[in-house]
Design a protein around this ligand. Structure first.
Ligand code: RIB
Ligand code: CA
Length: 321
């Protein structure tokens, strides 16, 4: 089966970094480009961090394009407390050798999608959806040309993580999320309902640490950082607890969709209310034959971590990294 062509739009961010390490190592995916957006940390850091991860992963072939420095309408957000001031947890940042692609992320998304056969390019959005919304505004035909759009964002039954009713990515730029969900493209959304089922327990982190490669060591470092933040900020209710693994979920679905259960739905975003800004209203009472959105409701958490470990292990064997 040919590899799925993929653009990854992200705001690294420790879980974005883990998602990138997985995608770069997976033979099932052809990463055409990484585009970055301000979100967890400012845009200059998310762009640098994507280049750092690319270098550690040995994937200088994948271009990185810097994107939106702020949401469509709202003031810039931030979630540095969960990712460290530099955005990569405890990882010591360095000036990466790889270059940044010419032009903004939105233009790169349009160019890469419109030059390829209809439906052949998937887009994974792992941060605020600003770049994809700008790309859709620049090219009105984009939505119909896109392959699956997989997003980490939103919350339904789990409640919010940045406010009681909203998840960070959608809250940070609700207007962009409304553009994407209202565009008519096919979206598979991985919200907190499912990412909170996929937790990096001690045993799962140890399995990643046992893989002998720079990418695996960096992945484990990110997971350890999130473990400490989770313990200090949210609490540690049971001995076998762990931090939720958000951004790798849509990437894992692209590789092994059978690891997740999704339901057809219609997703709408609150943009008018300050109190419930960014709330995702997920309606399951839709016609499955015509619904364009799907909401992930369940995950095989151990299967996701097994996929990460096996993918990194195979990459290490292949490159001797
Ligand atoms: O709410 C989780 C999301 O917000 C993840 O994408 C994380 O990286 C942050 O951007
Ligand atoms: Ca993210």
């Amino acid at each position: 089966m040919p590899a799925q062509s993929l653009i990854i739009d992200c705001d690294p961010g420790v879980d974005d970094a883990v998602a990138l390490f997985l995608a770069f190592a997976a033979p099932e995916l052809e990463v055409l480009a990484v585009t970055t957006v301000a979100g967890n940390v400012p845009g200059r850091l998310t762009q640098r961090n994507a280049r750092i991860v690319r270098q550690i992963a040995g994937r200088e072939d994948a271009p990185v394009f810097g994107g939106a420095e702020r949401p469509l309408k709202r003031p810039p957000a931030g979630a540095g407390a969960f990712h460290g001031a530099e955005g990569l947890g405890d990882l010591e940042p360095f000036e990466p050798t790889g270059i940044v692609g010419d032009g903004p992320a939105a233009n790169a998304i349009v160019d890469l999608v419109m030059r390829r056969p209809e439906g052949s390019v998937a887009v994974a959005v792992l941060g605020p959806m600003t770049n994809l919304a700008l790309a859709m505004r620049r090219e009105r035909r984009l939505a119909e040309r896109l392959g699956p759009v997989v997003v980490m964002g939103g919350a339904r039954s789990e409640g919010g993580n940045i406010t009681p009713s909203a998840e960070f990515n959608v809250w940070a730029d609700p207007d962009a999320a409304a553009v994407v969900f209202g565009s008519g493209c096919d979206v598979v959304a991985f919200g907190l309902d499912v990412t909170h089922q996929v937790r990096a327990t001690e045993a799962r982190i140890a399995a990643v640490e046992a893989v002998d490669s720079a990418a695996a060591r960096a992945t484990a470092s990110m997971l350890r950082f999130s473990q400490r933040v989770e313990r200090d900020t949210v609490g540690w209710p049971t001995s076998d607890w762990g931090a939720p693994l958000h951004d790798p979920c849509p990437i894992a679905w692209l590789i092994r969709p059978e690891l997740f259960q999704t339901r057809p739905c219609r997703i709408e975003v609150e943009t008018a209310s300050d109190l419930t800004r960014g709330h995702t209203a997920v309606e399951f009472r839709v016609d499955p034959a015509t619904a364009r959105h799907r909401w992930a409701v369940a995950a095989d958490a151990q299967g996701v971590f097994d996929l990460i470990v096996e993918t990194l292990k195979d990459q290490a064997r292949g490159t001797g990294a």
